[in-house]
Design a protein around this ligand. Sequence first.
Ligand code: CS2
Ligand code: MG
Length: 402
Amino acid sequence: MKITRAKVIVTCPGRNFVTLKIETDQGVYGIGDATLNGRELAVVSYLEDHVVPCLIGRDPRRIEDIWQYLYRGAYWRRGPVTMRAIAAVDMALWDIKAKMAGMPLYDLLGGKSRDRVMVYGHANGRDIAETVDAVGQYIDMGYKAIRAQTGIPGIKDAYGVGRGTLFYEPADAALPSETGWDTRKALNHIPKLFDKLRETYGFDYHLLHDGHHRYTPQEAANLGRMLEPYQLFWLEDCTPAENQEAFRLVRQHTVTPLAVGEIFNTIWDAKDLIENQLIDYIRATVVGAGGLTHLRRIADLASLYQIRTGCHGATDLSPVTMGCALHFDSWVPNFGIQEYMRHAEETDAVFPHDYRFDDGYLICGESPGHGVDIDEALAAKYPYKPAYLPVARLNDGTIWNW
Ligand code: CS2
Ligand code: MG
């Protein structure tokens, strides 16, 4: 069996997505996601110019060998562009193998460990009252877990607050828009949001919050401690993780569960965090961390320390990643939760898929493969539109972590 063609499809049905389609001499094809929000075309070139020529003629059944070939063979290991390109190939190859076996992908991974996948949605508002309302709407839709973000008085476009209460799309401008940040104001405001949420809805729902890399370790420890009475499911990205050791200080001072990893590319980004038990949830996902082949390794390492998974699932990961993630989530023994921001209707139409939402859970489809396809004719109607993530500045103009 041979790979005969691999094609990169760029489309913007509401937002930009990069998709890889691998075709074989047996008529079976596979689909992979290669979207890197704000740097999409770098991955397109990496795939078209440097990966596709190496794939033609290879046996698509040799997933592990092709993974190692692309990872070690590049010599320049790791990084978001390389690992997204490898992830796209990996997803497409698992899709092909599962289709050939006539099995849903989870069966090939080892079979289902659960019937349904608990997801969390994003509730946000310009102020506490609006966010409390938005959380209520999610509860009404059946969600058991909700991430809550709010506008903060005195901060221009605080992280996580979108247009309308249910949708949030940060990559909103042809050049990065400028937002503000003020840690003092945030530390004063965020606990009030969770106080109100618990007072309004009680303690039966899981609540989550994303710090989006804004706090120093000491500030993060302080926030974690202040949030303890509200028993969060997790506090995410409380401090940047390039220095994994930074989480030790946070950990020493709070029992609020910690989650990190949406920008991790490999197991090496998480190794110290996991082995030193500095986190509770690992957020690496299929497209970010080298596909299913590599994500499995991260999850297995995490399982030794009772650390559970919480795959990134924002709208900048295409339905292809969501489909793969749901097969992974259905199988992985140490599953925690899956993030689920709903895609726009146009996105869902371009990527026909067989997963579905039901009462706070996503249910993985049963069709052979990962269950997500691309409608190429429809995709062609939505040409690429440059869109960047924002930047953040402190009051004195200093660039901060967005
Ligand atoms: C976020 C994302 O989903 C999350 O937890 O941190 O919204 C993130 O900001 C985007 O994926 C960046 O594109
Ligand atoms: Mg996040």
